[in-house]
Design a protein around this ligand. Structure first.
Ligand SMILES: [Zn+2]
Length: 347
């Protein structure tokens, strides 16, 4: 792995992230800042009692009442169909999440700083999981936590991914499978590991402004290569993928992502053929820069740390096609090398 200098840390960019249905959406900076200041559970002082030391142990638990209250407010505010209830997770379920957390590389964990408040379970959240920033008294984000709906995470890695991938399409005769694990590695823990890495990606992006340096400013700073410059441009204050002409219209992807529209199944092959001409590791990564970062982080760790595959398999009649992720076949070296730099071991 190439050793390159890690860029210095910049002040914080605020993002508020949640995973709804198939995935996440994010709020803009000003809304997030006000939001964080308004709720106790989003402030560092609330969490002091939960912090003992910054290691990867003992960071998994059932959501305290304050988090259930927060989630209830969240669903109301953003009109999610949930009625959050306390966790009834078994020790076995908690243990699986703990195992997944232990598998997160230390270099990823360390990027969350010294205030990762942990992973908390609840029921009927109206969404699968959310990664939420926590702020200090000045409203500056200094940490975060992950809240997971325990009723939505019972599958193995490939079943989960298949379900996720199929949400993009109105599939009838075709069979579309998402694969992120070898037969041996296809476990429940592997599914959880991807979900955790994805949510941690949102927290990390919120805590490290250099990752989206030009994302905030709307212009390139050239000396500091923001992650989003690898795939995105700013046009009229909106983020446009550099690959809009490859069947990956952002508008289409956004519409699919928020569940207002799914592509008909005849679009499956053209969409994935288009994806293969980009540097997005997954289709979901192409929805916006934040999801791009989270999916890329999860994909990088999956391929280069765990040596697991990432591909989509399409079957219809006699036709069978496999669309490999550019992280698996090394066709997006720019993005892969970005994560090599970001996750290089501390000296
Ligand atoms: Zn997300």
């Amino acid at each position: 792995m190439k050793k390159l200098k890690m860029s210095r840390l910049f002040p914080i960019i605020l993002t508020l992230i949640f995973l709804v249905g198939m995935g996440c959406a994010s709020e803009d900076q000003s809304k997030s800042s006000a939001f964080i200041k308004k709720y106790k559970a989003l402030q560092a002082s609330f969490w002091d009692r939960y912090i003992t030391k910054n290691d990867q142990k003992s960071k998994v638990g059932r959501a305290p009442d304050e988090l259930i209250d927060f989630a209830t407010m969240y669903d109301q505010k953003f009109q999610f169909p949930g009625h959050p209830k306390p966790s009834e997770a078994t020790e076995l379920e908690l243990n699986d999440i703990d195992q997944a957390l232990q598998q997160v590389p230390k270099s990823v964990f360390d990027l969350m700083g010294n205030r990762f408040y942990g992973i908390y379970l609840a029921q009927d959240l109206g969404l699968t999981a959310l990664g939420q920033l926590v702020a200090d008294e000045q409203g500056k984000p200094i940490g975060g936590f992950i809240l997971i709906d325990e009723t939505r995470i019972h599958t193995d890695a490939n079943s989960w991914r298949t379900e996720h991938e199929n949400l993009f399409f109105d599939t009838k005769d075709a069979k579309l499978e998402g694969v992120i694990a070898s037969p041996k590695g296809n476990t429940h823990v592997a599914a959880l590991r991807w979900i955790l890495l994805h949510e941690m990606g949102h927290l990390i992006a919120g805590l490290h402004q250099e990752i989206f340096s030009t994302f905030k400013q709307g212009q390139k700073t050239s000396a500091n290569l923001g992650f989003q410059t690898l795939s995105w441009e700013v046009k009229n204050r909106a983020y446009i993928s550099r690959f809009e002409d490859k069947m990956l219209s952002r508008e289409k992807l956004q519409a699919v992502k928020i569940g207002t529209k799914a592509w008909p199944e005849q679009e499956i092959v053209p969409v994935y053929e288009g994806l293969q001409q980009t540097n997005f590791p997954t289709l979901y990564a192409a929805t916006n820069p934040g999801e791009d970062f989270s999916e890329s982080l999860a994909a990088y760790v999956n391929v280069f740390v765990f040596h697991e595959p990432i591909f989509v398999s399409y079957r219809k009649g006699d036709s069978h096609k496999v669309f490999e992720s550019c992280f698996s076949n090394y066709k997006c070296p720019d993005k892969i090398e970005y994560f090599q730099r970001l996750l290089k071991p501390n000296p």
